[in-house]
Design a protein around this ligand. Structure first.
Ligand SMILES: Nc1nc2c(c(=O)[nH]1)N[C@H]1C(S)=C(S)[C@@H](COP(=O)(O)O)O[C@H]1N2
Ligand SMILES: [Mo]
Length: 335
């Protein structure tokens, strides 16, 4: 979306503690009995969300994670192959970890997704600070393959593991005043070195209208390609709204607020003429600086090694499931 920069820090992923060493440390701590401490604290954090004593479900970064396959959203149902793991995890937009496509992968080691808590506030009956293990229930995790379309006119197909946002919201019980839900990403320049520069007003913010949030397509992702979510993809918890441009899918969420008024969003705040609140994928409405009619398919090249382009679909192909949300709205005005 903006100019390219050099990676922000000299530390490479390879210099970060190897996973085997890390796993071993954890095993030693567990053997010493420290593992039980998290269990003892769970009831405090989980108060109000039922089954509070449930053990932490979340494996460490890079470990296998599975979910119930949702037959509506499989690669077969889409008729396309998922984008390779290496591309999904090395070609990223995550400005907190750098503005170049390779920076988030390079700087991923700064982010510490464990422990992680999420503050819930505003027009809601069950506000509080929840540990991720209490907010996301293992048995709710689904395996869903979604199309993903960035506003920069490229696309991927990503096999997510996540919980329908509607399930989490229903348990938190928003009041009748809640018309929108607003999200914020972590603000911590030590974990997110990109925040040392004011490329956006930090923290990153996004929001949805309540009916968009409650649409069954909206997902809170905790994994991809059968693994715990890699840091560069927004660990440990990020939004996925597949009928909207990628920037709506906010990463590394630490705050969920239910509001009466339409909340501010980062890209709209940065440039309201180019990025609206709705940001529905729409091949008929050009971005002021480029067409949105087609998209580069990441990972698919032609005989000359050039990226294949394909036509962009209305609502990114999810028209049947979401068009009703915008009945009567002029999609040129509400872009
Ligand atoms: N916090 C935060 N969330 C973010 C972004 C970001 O810079 N910071 N980039 C957005 C954009 S523009 C896109 S296209 C997607 C990219 O998600 P991916 O890297 O997992 O493919 O994340 C979105 N969420
Ligand atoms: Mo994007």
């Amino acid at each position: 979306m903006i100019i390219r920069h050099r990676p922000l820090h000299p530390i490479r992923s390879s210099e970060i503690t190897p996973k085997s060493v890390f796993d071993n440390r954890r095993a030693i701590l567990r053997a010493m009995g420290f593992g039980g401490m998290a269990m003892a604290m769970a009831p405090l954090l989980g108060a109000g969300l039922g089954n509070p004593a449930q053990a932490a479900w979340r494996p460490e970064t890079g470990k296998a994670l599975s979910g119930t396959v949702n037959p509506k959203y499989t690669a077969k149902a889409l008729g396309v192959e998922p984008t390779a793991y290496d591309l999904v995890t090395t070609y990223n937009n995550f400005y907190e970890l750098g503005t170049g496509k390779g920076d988030p992968h390079e700087n991923a080691g700064f982010l510490k997704p464990t422990p992680w808590s999420i503050k819930v506030e505003g027009a809601v009956e069950k506000p509080g600070t929840y540990d991720i293990d209490d907010l996301i229930k293992a048995e709710d995790i689904e395996d869903r393959v979604y199309r993903f379309r960035c506003v920069e006119a490229w696309s991927m197909v990503i096999p997510w593991l996540g919980v329908p946002l509607s399930k989490v919201i229903s348990r938190l019980k928003p009041t009748s005043k809640a018309k929108y839900v607003y999200f914020e990403t972590l603000f911590d320049p030590n974990q997110m070195p990109g925040q040392n520069r004011q490329v956006l007003e930090w923290p990153y913010k996004e929001g949805l209208r309540m009916d968009e949030a409650m649409n069954p397509l909206s997902l809170l992702a905790v994994g991809l390609h059968g693994e715990v979510l890699p840091n560069q993809n927004g660990a440990p918890l990020r939004l996925v709204v597949p009928w909207k441009y990628g920037f709506k899918s906010i990463k590394s969420i630490v705050l969920i607020r239910f509001t009466e008024k339409q909340p501010p969003t980062s890209w709209n705040e940065a440039n309201g003429r180019e990025y609206g609140f709705y940001s529905n994928v729409n091949p008929n409405v050009s971005h002021p600086r480029w067409s949105q009619a087609a998209e580069k398919v990441i990972g698919q090249n032609n005989l000359f090694g050039l990226p294949i382009k394909q036509p962009t679909l209305m609502f990114n192909g999810y028209e049947e499931e979401v068009a009703d949300l915008y009945a009567g709205m002029n999609l040129r005005t509400f872009y």
